[in-house]
Design a protein around this ligand. Structure first.
Ligand code: URA
Ligand code: SF4
Length: 245
């Protein structure tokens, strides 16, 4: 409980400091559509470059104890212009071995969820709260989250997703700075606050695919699918008819 409050205040301080130094960035307004498109393309290229720089920083990072037990850091990957960002908890054994997020069994289920939405992995961005694997897949510790979260905050800032899907309790509670359970949080939109002066980002919390694998009931699958349908509706995307999980 105390840890949670501490994380919250560290996040706020970090954001406030960042805001103070960053000033305001205003997106270009232009009537000439083509020119705007070029500007947008340039912005995406720029953020792709920044994301890669950040990923390299993560691969070198030794800010918490997990640096000494990891094989590979897992910075996250996907479309730098993604409308949806999926955020999990931390890499598992497969992710640690490969350096990519959600590539094990839970990842295969996440791929199915993405496909059921009529999307491909390349359309979205996939990341985690912690970039290095906790030994034995234990829960993330508060000090690790505090050390690592600025990376994810930067990724969200660069990608500017329209919706964040928090996978599981750890991601949802951390991003929403709450102690509520995933059962209470899922199924409705919340707001992720990126910082003062920035638009909040819609956040949908849902069950973690690893939890779904452990409790693969029609009921739980239906709930995740309902959550994802809300995300698609929010984005004005069609809901594929034949999707079954
Ligand atoms: N579980 C997670 O939370 N993240 C991964 O990358 C893989 C499994
Ligand atoms: Fe750095 Fe995050 Fe890895 Fe810790 S978990 S070493 S803070 S990248």
């Amino acid at each position: 409980m105390e840890d949670r409050a501490k994380i919250g205040s560290v996040i706020r301080q970090h954001l406030e400091a960042e805001q103070f130094f960053a000033g305001f960035s205003v997106r270009g307004q232009n009537d000439a559509g083509e020119f705007q498109e070029q500007e947008d393309d340039m912005a995406v290229t720029r953020s792709a470059g920044e994301l890669e720089k950040l990923a390299e920083e993560v691969r070198q990072c030794r800010k918490c104890g997990l640096a000494s037990s990891r094989t590979n850091a897992v910075p996250g990957e996907g479309n730098p212009d993604a409308r949806i960002m999926f955020i999990g908890e931390a890499p598992g054994a497969d992710e640690d071995a490969q350096g990519s997020p959600f590539v094990g069994r839970a990842g295969q289920l996440l791929d199915k969820i993405i496909a059921a939405c009529g999307l491909e992995r390349d359309d979205v961005y996939i990341g985690n709260i912690l970039k290095c694997r906790p030994p034995g897949n234990r829960d993330p510790r508060a000090d690790e989250i505090i050390a690592c979260l600025p990376y994810l905050q930067r990724q969200i800032e660069l990608i500017q997703p329209e919706v964040i899907v928090a996978l599981g309790a750890h991601a949802a509670k951390t991003l929403l700075d709450t102690t509520k359970s995933i059962g209470e949080l899922r199924g409705q939109f919340h707001e992720y606050y990126a910082g003062l002066g920035q638009m909040p980002v819609k956040l949908m919390a849902t069950y973690h695919p690893a939890y779904l694998l452990r409790s693969y009931s029609p009921e739980n699958r239906r709930k995740v699918w309902e959550d994802m349908q809300k995300v698609l509706t929010e984005l004005g995307l069609p809901i594929p008819e034949r999707s079954r999980r």
